[in-house]
Design a protein around this ligand. Structure first.
Ligand code: DQA
Length: 150
């Protein structure tokens, strides 16, 4: 059974209480359940994580790239939070690791402040999704399956 990684970046541990008008009422544990259900539908295993630290995301992307190269993982859904808009290191990590990434945002970042309109992840991502709320997570898993399974 292959694994799908779902990596969450800074402040996503606050889901449920953080700006609920923007991000909704669901918690990160609720999001994990949505992802578990999506993976179960596809016969895949889920590895779901959150960190507030950029370097940890770099290490996890490398790990996901190694697992993908070894044939044990499909790729990763990545909500890098604010690092999306700042991190050349994450851009380089995705490229360097050769991991298939679906970039995901809960909110429609393009309808928000101008500083959220640029993504350092997008040029390295296989696909980009934003604005579906937390339901975007299972959709992103469906999308990762669609682009990776022949
Ligand atoms: C986010 C959007 C980012 O701009 C923001 O910094 C986040 C969450 C989203 O899921 O909508 O932390 O990635």
């Amino acid at each position: 059974m292959k694994t799908v990684f779902v990596f969450n970046g800074p402040n996503l541990n606050l889901l449920g209480t953080r700006e609920p008008d923007v991000y909704g009422a669901a918690t990160l544990a609720d999001v994990q359940q949505l992802c578990e259900a999506a993976c179960a539908r596809h016969g895949l295993a889920l590895d779901f994580r959150q960190t507030n630290h950029e370097g940890v995301l770099v290490d996890w992307l490398h790990e996901a790239g190694r697992a993908q190269a070894a044939g044990t993982a499909l790729g990763a859904v990545l909500n890098a939070g604010a690092y999306t808009h700042t991190s050349v290191a994450l851009h380089d990590a995705i490229k360097g690791a050769g991991v298939t990434v679906i970039e995901l945002h809960i909110s429609n970042v393009h309808a928000r402040e101008a500083f959220r309109h640029h993504s350092f992840i997008a040029p390295t991502a296989r696909a980009v999704m934003a604005g579906f709320g937390v339901r975007g997570y299972p959709l992103a898993i469906d999308g990762l399956v669609a682009v990776t399974v022949a």
